[in-house]
Write a protein that binds this ligand. Sequence first.
Ligand code: B16
Ligand code: MG
Length: 219
Amino acid sequence: MNRTKGIIFDLDGVIVDTAKFHYLAWRKMANDLGFDITLEQNEKLKGVSRVNSLQQILGWGNKTVTETEFEELMSSKNDDYLARIAHMDDDDLLPGVKKSLDYLTQNNVPFALGSASKNARPILKGLKIEQRFKAIVDGNDVSKAKPDPEVFLIAAEKLGIPPQECVVFEDSVAGIEAANAAGMVSVGIGDKEILKEADYNFADFTEIDDKFLEQIVRK
Ligand code: B16
Ligand code: MG
């Protein structure tokens, strides 16, 4: 029997600062189509799947495209995004993340990834932390995107821990909504005004100490 709760980490914006590269790549695509997207609009894209992001962006720009053009835009945005993150390595882990992962490993607290990204595995490999996760659930494994809780429920199942005994670290409104809908404890990483539905809020992992982790994983 597990003696601790299980932890589920989002990827983009929690473990690594890829959120800004998603924004830059979407913004370039929008600019090429003749409109712009704001940082405020970008908040609505965080944690949202590639398909749903493009649908929203085209709506903001009042653009209608054919199915083929839609596929081409998704593919060129992803190529642009991958080029921007190509040289990522373990120095790119967000501050404080390594220390928290070390604490969890040393204390036998199982942790999983629950990300909307279809690029999650190569990113974790680049960061040299792929092997440390007991389970990885990403955009390739789900049929329903955040705010649907599916990604986190699959992660809990793979950890072998009931959803109500899991804690989710998330930087997006959609992800906090998904964690709450899954009946999990939600920890917002980022602006607490934006992530106000989270059970706990921190600006980043440098604010999270061993004492908090110890308290949150205790059953
Ligand atoms: P990809 P997360 C999400 O990852 C990002 O927050 C979101 O901006 C992105 O559109 C989505 O992944 C899909 O990513 O295009 O790489 O498949 O935050 O859930 O780890
Ligand atoms: Mg995220």
